[in-house]
Design a protein around this ligand. Sequence first.
Ligand SMILES: [Zn+2]
Length: 213
Amino acid sequence: MTNPRPRRLKLLRWIPDAWLTTAGPTDRRSLYLTFDDGPHPQHTQPLLDLLARHDARASFFLIGEQVEKHPDLARRIAQAGHTLGNHSYSHPRFETLSLAEQFEEIGRTDRLLSAIDGRRRHAFRPPRGVLPLPMLARCIRERRRISYWSYDTLDYSRQPAEHLLSLIRRHPLRSGDIVLMHDDGGQALDLLGTLLPQWKSQGFELRALPQEA
Ligand SMILES: [Zn+2]
């Protein structure tokens, strides 16, 4: 049976949080929604509207190419109080790139994001969660935090929303969970229409992950 908690988390959890994050602050009862692969001209704005209606903040791991195409959308995300993260420039298979090419992808997107939120660097989430060791080592050396997740909603899996909701019900969220979702499709919006009111009634606060310095 599918488990929303990635198996490799058992291992990744041992890496210091400043290098690789698998949980957000738990000073309050908090959930950290993250949206990958946007901004998307059709799906991002309705999601922003839904989050605003529920007074929810989140983190968006943007693809540089998409930021170039839709800078206004990226700006709206930041203006709404969400944090921007780096999800590479073109979402390639990182394991097929040289280390130099990997960091060209990261650097290029950081510059695009900086033009939007004024921050020098942004937490990085590798496409498909691929973590080649040389990349990990260089991120650590450059003090670039990798932002992972602790809970995968499988919103990209083309399963019916009802199926995913029952899976999520069977595996309840815990404070500090970093929740993986995507805003390049409509599934996240469908799921959150149901989940946000439930989570709020359970006393969860929906927060953005802390910004990088
Ligand atoms: Zn992605």
